[in-house]
Design a protein around this ligand. Sequence first.
Ligand code: SDX
Length: 430
Amino acid sequence: MTNETKTAELHVDGKTITMPMMEDNAGFRAVDIRTLWRDARVYTYDPGFGCTVSCQSAISHVDGEKGQLLYRGYPVEVLTEHCTFVEVAYLLIHGVLPNQAQMEKFSDLFNSHSMIHEDMRTFFRRYPERAHPMAVLSAMVVSLSSFYPEVDKTDEDIDMAATRLLSKLRTIAAFSYKKSIGEPISQPSHKLSYCANFLNMMFSSPVVDYQIDPIIVRVMNQLLVLHADHGQNCSTSTVRMVGSSGANLYASVCAGICALWGPLHGGANQEVVEMLERIHREGCSVDKVIEQAKDKTNPRRLMGFGHRIYKTYDPRAAIAKKICHEVLARLGKQDPLLDLALGLEAKALADPYFVERKLYPNVDFYTGIIYRAMGFPTDMFTVLFALGRLPGWIAQWQELKRDPHQRIGRPMQLYTGPMQPAFVPIDQRT
Ligand code: SDX
């Protein structure tokens, strides 16, 4: 810590409470308030936790002012350019990039864990055809603990638990898609890499010999890397909260999947494309859409815009925007939704409402257009976000378990209900 203060003082009820100041490796500081209730009999109030640090973590760092995202110190731009998703998953979980031997062992585990128990396949038959794949994904993940109870063993090798979940989630995601279109599933192949396997399970069929395009495989890797971790976002905090009670990895990740599903979080990538499709279908002008987004009486926000941390361009959105152009060119596709998105971005970034509030495109603004061009249905977009975020959830859950400072998560509240109203027996109540 440089010449900045090393403590913070709180003056309350004539007392001065002195609390230590903490500083992280990026120069971000926090007041350590852990003794505040003991010393001053007061809590701090922070709904949405916008000003609250819940843990110390070495996994990723987000600088919202600089528009910077680091995974174990490496800029996301570098990893997206030079690494596969499995390499980045190893980095997040182990803290270092794998050497060749470690990579081969890790990849072999993915392969041996890629199938799901045959009895789990019957679950798919019981879902209605239009079941949202996020509902299927969350239910199947928590069911894994019934088929693989070793997850509850405290000494289970993290690579086994991690690769089992990473590999099976990919299979479950593809199976849920096949179920939704009434097609037979395509089993994973030991000859294919993680992303090629996923694309093949998604799009090959007995009557279509799916041609695996190495460019599209690279793009799939890049998109999953973009989503791999992001500090203490809503779903990661949920995974930590559930894990803090001692719940196993599958139960914790199931909760994270449910949190991610919300339209304000991972569900936004689906909302963005549905918003763009509606605008295109109704022929709304960009001006009208921007005015609606600014109108507080109108529930429609500009989905894919704004972020709790980024007050400048989300670096992931910049990468996704570039990939969008590349994929459409590779597939020889024109998508009017991209032109619409570009128009909305240009208009919003010049509008005082968005400028004053520092609202920029976030990771969800362009990714849905890419997924759509790749052939994924809209309701699979958040599943793809979950696939990408899974190594981050696993790494964060594991870090929680190893953190000596961590206790069960249990925030306080300010009570606004009645205080001991007179009790009236039921036969005397009006
Ligand atoms: C993700 O946390 C993470 O890291 C998440 C994530 C990750 O990798 O895990 O990055 C992934 O979830 C990205 C965000 C995806 N969600 C969306 O795109 C939904 C649209 N965005 C918003 O709903 C909003 O920006 C949030 C939810 C992302 C952030 O909400 P905050 O931080 O609580 O901000 P806020 O709602 O308090 O907004 C501040 C102001 C408000 O206006 P005023 O009250 O000051 O007048 O900005 C306005 C908001 O009305 N605003 C928007 C807006 N986002 C914020 N106005 C119009 N359109 C928007 N999209």
